[in-house]
Write a protein of this length. Structure first.
Length: 109
């Protein structure tokens, strides 16, 4: 699966993992859920380990867990961590998205 993290995203995830104890099985869960104002929304979280049917990726030393439903919508995505006057958080550049909303965390395919 082609899923990439920018240097800013890697730095933030490493910090979040350290805050959560950075156990050997821990990693970043990236998911797509039905909902949001455009039909689908992204979810990222630190997870203690993968679920049974997760795809497990490793990028720059970070384990990434993706469930089968989400994988179909995350191919080719780039995840960044941005800080602006509006706040800070993860942003997503998804080549499969055909539309989105102003919040940047909801999209259509």
């Amino acid at each position: 699966m082609d899923l990439n993290l920018t240097a800013n995203a890697v730095k933030m995830v490493q910090g979040f993992l350290e805050e959560h104890g950075n156990t050997p099985d821990a990693g970043l869960r990236v998911a797509v859920l039905p909902g949001g104002c455009s039909g689908f929304q992204y979810e990222v979280d630190i997870d203690a380990g993968p679920e049974g049917d997760d795809e497990i990726l490793e990028r720059q030393g970070i384990r990434i867990f993706v469930d089968p439903f989400s994988a179909q919508y995350l191919e080719g995505i780039e995840i960044d961590y941005v800080t602006s006057l509006m706040g800070s958080g993860f942003s997503f550049r998804n080549p499969q998205a055909t539309g989105g909303c102003g919040c940047g965390s909801s999209f259509t395919v």
